[in-house]
Design a protein around this ligand. Structure first.
Ligand code: SF4
Ligand code: SF4
Length: 388
């Protein structure tokens, strides 16, 4: 779809309002222009040249979290997040708040290793709150030069799509997944040619640049001989699976979310852990994006020692939404606080999720609220349960 056809698509809206009832930015702001229906209405008018690009309009379109809660509910079948992407491509130069990140990201995409090394060194000298509440950048990234973790059992060959957050911020999650796969008999490939999936770039309106990145990832990964390519980040999985075909005309064929893989390959039976009361937070791009809700719950409920409690509104966004949490810090915080209340209401000792971005947000909010629950990615829980 071209940017113009994205906007023409918005003109099919019948203003029913179903989408806005699920839209976290509408539910927080109670403002029509900060909700799904309002955004679609404005982009429809932009497509008809009844509105012209402006800073105010860009602000409303870039305040969308791209969470996808509105994605599958439209009775006329409008793919609302796709229309938003189209709008961002047109409005990107009017989004003044995003100026710095736009330049920084465009510059960084081809130079992730030196950029993260620079950020790691700078992190020590910045006041808390600067560089947001991101965890300490790892001195050794997950992709540390080892490309193949060999296995004498050689049950099969699995590759990992690490994603930037696992690679630079949470290498421990990548290593947990490697441990799980090795102990199940798989050889593991960590491909050094991997590039950023392109989600941050596309969220800033860089369609052409994301498409170029996507093509290179597709070309690289389709050469990797592996039964599956597993990702620990549902944003990467969703972008590769659903958006690469739209923006690059192809995809990485066997990309899988880690939960999908673990259930399909029956790798989580007979697990046991020390007694723990656990609740689960659905990452938006896993639940709304690729429709995975039951699998992580099934895994957790089958681990001996875990008492599973469901939280209220488990599929509501935690407020992270990538760059949204930097550009709309206050709203991100307000949305996140609701999540923290829902977690603490369960009295769970641990909240588990399946997304490194959600882990980051929940950790930061937990510290601010003084709560004591632990935050874990599901691979950490499984890795621990395999070794207890
Ligand atoms: S993607 Fe999320 S934030 Fe954006 S319009 Fe849809 S529901 Fe609202
Ligand atoms: S659900 Fe679809 S038709 Fe209804 S207001 Fe939202 S975009 Fe328009």
């Amino acid at each position: 779809m071209t940017q113009t056809s994205h906007l023409t698509e918005a003109a099919r809206c019948v203003r029913c309002g179903i989408c806005k009832t699920l839209c976290p930015t509408y539910l927080t702001s109670h403002s029509e222009s900060m909700g799904a229906r309002g955004r679609i209405a404005m982009l429809g008018e932009l497509g008809k040249n009844k509105l012209t690009p402006s800073e105010n309009l860009a602000d409303k379109i870039f305040s969308c979290m791209l969470c996808g809660a509105c994605k599958n509910v439209c009775p006329t079948g409008i793919d609302i997040p796709e229309v938003i992407y189209g709008g961002r491509a047109v409005l990107r130069n009017s989004f003044h708040k995003g100026r710095f990140l736009r330049r920084a990201l465009k510059f960084s995409m081809e130079r992730m290793d030196p950029v993260f090394t620079f950020l790691r060194l700078s992190q020590k000298f910045l006041r808390p709150g600067k560089l947001r509440d991101i965890p300490e950048i790892a001195s050794t990234p997950f992709k540390n030069g080892i490309q193949v973790y060999k296995n004498v059992k050689k049950l099969g060959r699995i590759a990992i799509f690490a994603g930037c957050s696992v690679n630079y911020l949470y290498p421990n999650l990548g290593h947990a997944l490697v441990n799980i796969l090795l102990s199940k008999g798989y050889e593991v490939v960590v491909f050094k040619g991997e590039l950023c999936c392109g989600a941050p770039l596309r969220s800033l309106g860089f369609e052409k640049e994301t498409s170029a990145l996507a093509r290179r990832n597709i070309e690289h990964f389709n050469k990797v001989r592996a039964e599956a390519i597993i990702s620990l980040c549902p944003t990467c999985t969703m972008v590769i699976r659903d958006q690469y075909p739209l923006i690059a005309g192809d995809t990485i064929g066997n990309i899988m979310d880690v939960n999908e893989f673990l259930i399909k390959y029956n790798t989580t039976s007979k697990l046991e852990t020390t007694p723990d009361v656990v609740t689960y937070h659905d990452p938006c791009h896993l639940s709304f994006g690729i429709g995975i809700r039951d699998k992580p719950r099934d895994i957790l409920k089958n681990i001996k020692g875990i008492e599973f409690v469901e939280m209220k509104h488990a599929d509501e966004c935690c407020g992270f939404a990538g760059l949204f949490s930097m550009h709309y810090k206050e709203m991100s915080q307000t949305i996140g606080e609701k999540k923290i209340d829902n977690i603490t209401d369960t009295q769970a000792e641990t909240v588990v999720t399946s997304c490194p971005g959600c882990v980051m947000q929940l950790e930061a909010l937990k510290k601010k609220s003084g709560s004591s629950f632990k935050v874990k990615h599901i691979v950490e829980v499984i890795d621990e349960a395999m070794h207890e």
